[in-house]
Design a protein around this ligand. Sequence first.
Ligand SMILES: Nc1ncnc2c1ncn2[C@@H]1O[C@H](COP(=O)(O)OP(=O)(O)OP(=O)(O)O)[C@@H](O)[C@H]1O
Length: 530
Amino acid sequence: MRVRLGDLSRSVPVNRDTRRHPLVRPGDTAGRVGLRLVGRVGVTVARVIARFPRTSFSLFAALLLVDRVGWVLPALALAVLTVAALVWRLACPSSYARWLGRPLRSWWARWVRYAPRWRGLMTRHDLAVVDGDVLVWPGLRKVRSSDYRDALLVKLRAGQKPDHLADASESLAHALGSQAVRVRTHRPGYVWLDVTRRDPFTRPMSRLPVPASAGAVDLTALPIGRREDGALWLLRLLGTHVFVAGATGAGKGSVIWSTLLRLGPAIAAGLVQVWAIDPKGGMELFPGRALFTRYEDSHLGAMVQLLEDAAEFTRDRAARLKGVTRRLTPTVDMPFVLVLVDEFAFITAYVTDKKLQGRADNAVQILASQGRAPGVGLMVALQDPSKEVVPYRNLFPSRIAMRLDEPQQVDMVLGDKMRTRGAYCDLIPESLPGVGYVKLEGTRDPFRVRAEYIDDDVIDGLARDYPAPAGMPVPLLGQHTESGLDIAADIPTPARLGDGELSPEWAVFSADYQRRHATNGTSGIPMGLD
Ligand SMILES: Nc1ncnc2c1ncn2[C@@H]1O[C@H](COP(=O)(O)OP(=O)(O)OP(=O)(O)O)[C@@H](O)[C@H]1O
């Protein structure tokens, strides 16, 4: 690789003629030329030292050492240090990675991978700006390299904003041979450019913690998957509402079930109630019905009624808690209630009966606007983020977009400019179900995640081990049943409704859904419940 010092500098004159100060001018004596040459070399060396003080002084110290003691001793010392580093790496990989591996890799990435081509990258992607009579470009300030990505801290030039880099991110990704380049805001004037080198989600995910007791369930941080940087993806339910969108087979089910898996002990202890609606006739949620305090999956009217009951409950609780507390701490007497709706659009945007649609709409508005403080959360999933559902999006502070069919749908789900900021949901391959992007209220940038896959055996175990306590009103299959019904005992094996039992619009949807699923076999990574 050819390194040009010009690439490492921070600016060049706009008009190259101003640089033309020839070394040899007409009438010059040899002495003058020599002096000019020494002067120029001196200035260049001083510039390099000022620009790269650590590297320059390390090099200088090494040369001094070789000069004083010869090369044998330093070479031996280097060999001993290398062996020590290898032993360290084998004995304690995590501390090695933290203290030596990553800093070395970051140093290498900065000076070998990025710095030599930085100027070309910036100018060719129209990221250089004219400042007075010089051309300047965003400065590369720091690189943090991990197994999967390089994070580049970039200083913006006056007149630039993060969106300028975001707009160029797709072409930068191609230029760098990266899967994706995303822009994260750091602080005013600085952004992180995340350059993905390998997709961490192509590897099987290690199992995530499952809370052993109700006390271990943290409603503000349920571990339901991994973030791209390797950290746990912690989903907040208390004080927010969650909107999940994704094409068929995108893995919305894994978000729902990994959430329910982490709620299990709290559900069984009565600290959390889940009121569930599955317009697909129970195809998604029915196997977990024992977990649900209320459940509807067949009649539209009953589903809307459940939403209205939840809205009424929310209003009532908000009135009771008025002046007492601003945020609920769930107890058995005052549980957190999660209203879970699969295929949300089918009970809101797509309902043809205007009266029912109005009722559902009202209930959703009340739940979304008043539920956060009194401990009522709404979690909805939907397949088709069309413009009809966009108005609902703003009611949900936490949004998750999984694989989507069209690039425009990304902003429909996550919010404006989110695709530009790197949420490439339309580029998620079908071979990676469960992968998506999350946008949280109060944060500027989306982040990439993969939900843990929960298989049918785990779901059966979850429903068996953590049923909602009996003694609650438990309406089942569209019929309002009175309290005291132990549903786990009543319906031991999962049953599915036939299309004939569904109302006409659900029958059409259900038939279409089954047809699509019959040809949509996707493989999963099995993960069991211990
Ligand atoms: N996180 C995941 N990891 C690995 N595989 C997964 C994951 N999530 C889902 N899958 C696989 O993808 C298939 C489809 O997932 P899922 O049913 O959750 O999609 P969906 O978005 O709910 O689809 P639909 O809207 O059609 O119901 C699953 O049967 C499973 O094989």
